[in-house]
Design a protein around this ligand. Structure first.
Ligand SMILES: Cc1cc2nc3c(=O)[nH]c(=O)nc-3n(C[C@H](O)[C@H](O)[C@H](O)COP(=O)(O)OP(=O)(O)OC[C@H]3O[C@@H](n4cnc5c(N)ncnc54)[C@H](O)[C@@H]3O)c2cc1C
Length: 405
């Protein structure tokens, strides 16, 4: 393994691989990507692959819009395959208190140039016959939304980065980042040390652990998220819009002739990566089908198919939740050269093309390409969030991902 680099990226998931690709594209010099497992093999390929433009801030709508553009031209930009379908989506309110959220989504979306409108429940049923109108009070249609094959993105960016000169080092575990006089000097691994002035902690579920080894606190919590893929079903077409039920926090989209669906329970399982030990891989995450069955029961009136369709795949992973539901992107205060791309909040893969590009620009130019302060690590005062409060707030954000109040 080489002993020096201009930038070392820790982690080859969506966040790390996209950052590495954009670093090389922007002429950042000698870029090395380290991963404790196979390249792009952990949470990223297990995602649902949904892109959601209906977000709670202008910044996130703009980042998701940029990311969606990059996903749709992924093959042209990277030379790597990516299957995607711009199906649009339907966001469903079942409770009166959630209806104004949809009105707010329409206002923000129109102001920012999205194809959004509120439509009648019957029109939503016509667009996606698997959605029944019983108990549906309001529906937001988002024409810009799409879904993509989650297995393609991180590996595609990693391969494209390698083809442009980056070095990929799988099965290489970072044990510590050396920081001297407030500056990053080296990355220490189980295979040797790489001297570097810049490191990107994009270690997914291990992000907090990697930073903590160098005395940097990153308040996020690995949180289990799972989905089912059904056997093929009559009537499923790839263009059927994604459906999201707000208060139940359940989503469904077409997948290989069947449906892929999952959801966000109120009491998600949160894990301590230190307790899981060094041999743990995301494939070892204990899954629980009963969580998904309870969510299916909750939406049985609107999406009865979820209660009856035969399941052909059950998968899950460990996205990381933050106390305010926002990502953590940018430099670590007090550690010059230490950058973070984490706190994915179960939505990191879809926005990783834009986050990776923005972070690469920040590293190369020395300043952010636009105002990313709402995502700064510094918004959390060091040690200010006790673990129990972090977990409580993160669980609330998890359950309320679709803006239900
Ligand atoms: C079931 C499910 C559905 C989801 N659906 C969606 C969706 O529809 N849309 C969406 O945008 N997102 C979705 N997500 C979330 C998405 O998967 C994550 O936001 C994204 O994959 C996070 O990428 P990452 O790069 O942070 O993590 P990862 O892909 O896990 O990559 C982190 C990498 O860091 C490596 N690493 C860790 N520690 C070290 C170390 N010490 N040294 C070296 N390497 C290290 C790991 O091996 C790993 O490869 C879903 C997630 C799940 C589980």
């Amino acid at each position: 393994m080489q002993d020096s680099a201009d930038v070392v990226v820790i982690g080859s998931g969506g966040f790390g691989a996209s950052t590495a690709f954009h670093l090389v594209e922007r002429g950042a010099g000698d870029v090395v990507v380290l991963d404790r497992h196979d390249i792009a093999s952990q949470t990223s390929p297990r995602a649902a692959g949904l892109v959601s433009h209906a977000r709670t801030s202008d910044l996130m709508v703009q980042l998701v819009s940029d990311a969606a553009e990059k996903l749709m031209r992924f093959t042209g930009d990277t030379g790597q395959p990516l299957d995607w379908t711009r199906s649009g989506s339907l966001k469903v309110a079942r409770r009166p208190q959630d209806v104004p959220v949809i009105a707010g989504d329409v206002e923000r979306g129109r102001r920012l140039g999205l194809d959004v409108e509120e439509i009648a429940p019957e029109d939503a049923h016509r667009l996606n016959p698997f959605l029944h109108v019983e108990g549906v009070l309001a529906v937001l249609r988002v024409g810009n939304d799409l879904y993509f094959d989650p297995a393609h993105v991180a590996i595609g960016y990693a391969r494209a980065a390698e083809a442009r000169g980056a070095t990929l080092e799988p099965h290489t575990t970072v044990t510590r980042v050396d920081i001297e006089d407030g500056h990053v000097t080296a990355v220490v691994t189980d295979r040797g040390t790489i001297h570097t002035p810049v490191v990107v902690d994009a270690a997914g579920a291990w992000t907090k652990q990697v930073a903590a080894a160098s005395g940097i606190e990153i308040p996020l919590v690995p949180t289990r998220h799972q989905l089912f893929v059904t056997e093929p079903l009559d009537g499923v077409r790839a263009e059927l819009p994604i459906v999201r039920v707000m208060d139940a926090a359940v989503y469904v989209r077409p997948c290989d002739g069947g449906l892929l669906w999952g959801g966000y329970e109120a009491d998600p399982r949160m894990l301590d990566m230190n307790a899981l030990g060094p041999g743990f891989a995301i494939a070892d995450t204990p899954l629980d089908a009963d969580v998904l069955r309870r969510l299916a029961d909750d939406v049985a009136a609107q999406l009865p198919v979820l209660c009856t369709a035969a399941v052909r795949e059950h998968r899950g992973g460990l996205p990381t939740m933050t106390a305010d539901g926002q990502h953590i992107v940018g430099p670590a205060p007090g550690a010059d050269g230490f950058f973070v791309a984490g706190g994915c909040n179960v939505a990191g893969l879809s926005v990783s093309p834009a986050i990776g590009d923005a972070l690469a620009a920040w590293i190369v130019d020395g300043e952010p390409p636009f105002d990313l302060a709402p995502l700064a690590l510094g918004r959390f005062a060091p040690d200010s969030i006790p673990q129990d409060r972090l977990e409580r707030d993160a669980a609330w954000e998890y359950r309320h991902f679709y803006g239900a109040v």
